[in-house]
Design a binder for this molecule. Structure first.
Ligand code: NOJ
Length: 536
């Protein structure tokens, strides 16, 4: 058992819930078909109603938009598409006035190729900023310095004819990687953090944290024996030397030190690594990230035994002072309702909102929105453009939020930058708010129970033995115990624990509640049903 409710007070990012807003797609306020900061401000009431505590907004900074804002050309400005610094200040103020927190996306691994630092760096070999990026000579035959691949396709090295060297880019060639071994790069980026923290921003989600340091000898990555042609070409090699280098923990610790100079701020790391490596980002010797994102629910097969095992392994791997967290979806991955279907999306919501640790929700997952098929002529994502047809494109998961049955689902007066899901006249916030059985209302009930009950937002987790498609666990404090039983299969199932006789009251089900909510002994679950029961 892990994480008993100790005397120390829990912080907002531990007991609360984070909601990811993809700003281009949340709410357009100026009729250009693209969401903006003022739009987010206008929708804060909704987030408050839903019961979340913090919003994380994907990048809103000036950017040529080669990778939709993850290619930044000014770290302390606002892209005019999203509004002005005044709009940002207003959003921050209003967020705080509503008792919510605001988390920004920080992209320290790479800049835009249009960033003035890179323009200087590439201008000549002896420019003072040359060493801010990763420049290497060609091999004698003119080929790139090593075999490293770009996540988005092709070599990770781009030749610069003017200065006759290659530069490294883990993502697009328009996203050159910074040299984090350079103290001036470090200090400059830490100052970027201070700039936003001074403004009152409550934390950062740090983009590709595990990429920030690379092997200093630039060794070739080994081939991946598990590679199959159906996978992304990037997976042909194991990124042994290009990611997760031991020195990364020193820079994460420096970032954390900056955070610690402010009151109750949070640093979240985007890290795709196996659990044993992931948990090292809580800190190696010195404190690291507060929340290294735990993406297991995105990558695991949707099956009760695998998930039960993964929860136990994660709980077991966490450092004693490491706070857990769970994520069901984000702007890079297929939506949960597409991965598991509408019925299981409700079970997934119950899982996310009853596990121990901070949940992160991806906008519109609470409506059961599915991936939207994007016709080739409307493709926006550079990954899909580089490597078409492999299912790697991320446009399908970035379509506009569906607010109501009006034109363009209430998202915009103009045609949205990506098409809406065809089901928007029915699947929208307004319609689901009117329907007690909607997935949105299920989310709301689960969130409000989680917020009200210390056992759910801070209590311990105890797995229960279950078989087949059932997943069962307790969440408890000394004074209260909740039993969660989830049926990850479509067929009805009985939950008959050997070592206990559950007695209590059924509080929330993914299905309509029966008149008699008393539970006494064996539980009968319908296919795709999940239950939260308060035990006597
Ligand atoms: C991870 C971000 O989530 C993704 O959207 C982006 O393309 C890459 N990092 C590169 O910044």
């Amino acid at each position: 058992m892990n994480g008993s409710v100790a005397a120390q007070p829990y912080l907002w990012w531990q007991t609360g819930l984070i909601y990811q807003v993809y700003p281009r797609s949340f709410q357009d306020s100026n009729g250009d078909g693209i969401g903006d900061l003022e739009g987010i401000r206008q929708r804060l009431d909704y987030l408050k109603w839903l019961g979340i505590n913090a919003l994380w907004i994907s990048p809103i900074y000036p950017s040529p938009m080669a990778d939709f804002g993850y290619d930044i050309s000014d770290y302390t400005g606002i892209h005019p598409l999203f509004g002005s610094m005044d709009d940002f200040n207003r959003l921050l103020e209003e967020t705080h006035r509503q008792g919510l927190k605001l988390i920004l996306d920080l992209v320290p691994n790479h800049t835009s190729h249009q960033h003035p630092w890179f323009l200087e760096s590439r201008s000549s070999r002896d420019n003072p900023k040359r060493d801010w990026y990763l420049w290497q000579d060609a091999k004698p035959d003119g080929s790139p310095p090593n075999n490293w691949l770009s996540v988005f396709g092709g070599s990770a090295w781009e030749w610069d004819p003017q200065t006759q060297q290659y530069y490294y880019h883990a993502y697009l060639k328009e996203q050159p990687d910074l040299n984090w071994r350079n103290p001036r790069v470090q200090e400059t980026m830490l100052n970027v953090m201070r700039f936003w923290l001074d403004k009152g921003v409550d934390g950062f989600r740090v983009d590709v944290m595990w990429h920030m340091m690379k092997d200093d000898q630039w060794r070739d990555n080994p081939p991946n024996p598990d590679y199959k042609p159906s996978m992304s070409p990037y997976k042909q090699l194991k990124p042994t030397y290009s990611v997760d280098q031991p020195e990364v923990h020193q820079v994460v610790a420096k970032m954390r030190q900056v955070m610690d100079q402010y009151h109750e701020r949070v640093i979240i790391g985007e890290i795709y690594l196996p659990i044993q490596q992931l948990v090292t980002y809580y800190g190696m010797g010195r404190p690291g990230a507060h929340l290294p994102f735990n993406f297991q629910l995105i990558s695991l097969p949707w099956n009760a035994r695998d998930i039960a095992l993964a929860i136990d392994q994660y709980e077991g791997a966490l450092p004693s002072d490491g706070w857990p967290n769970w994520v069901l979806g984000n702007h890079d991955k297929s939506r949960i309702a597409s991965r598991v279907g509408q019925a299981q999306a409700r079970v997934a919501a119950m899982l996310l909102l009853t596990l121990r640790g901070t949940p992160t929700l991806y906008y519109a997952d609470e409506l059961g929105l599915q991936d939207v098929l994007i016709p080739p002529r409307l493709v926006q994502d550079p990954w899909e453009k580089n490597e078409p047809g492999l299912g790697l494109g991320r446009d399908p998961v970035r379509t506009p939020m569906q607010w109501d049955a009006s034109n363009n689902a209430g998202f915009s007066d103009a045609e949205p930058w990506l098409p809406l899901s065809h089901d928007h006249p029915k699947k929208n916030v307004a319609a689901q708010q009117e329907d007690e059985q909607s997935i949105l209302m299920l989310y709301k009930k689960l969130i409000s129970l989680r917020q009200a009950e210390p056992a759910l937002h801070a209590g311990s987790y105890r797995p229960l033995h279950a078989e087949g498609d059932l997943l069962a666990y307790l969440r408890l404090t000394e004074s209260k115990t909740f039993l969660v039983v989830l049926n990850l299969g479509h067929a009805p199932a009985l939950f008959k624990p050997a070592d206990m006789e559950p007695k209590g009251e059924l509080l929330i089900s993914t299905h309509p509640l029966p008149n008699d909510k008393l539970v006494n002994g064996t539980l009968k679950l319908r296919g795709d049903e999940g239950m939260v029961i308060r035990l006597d």
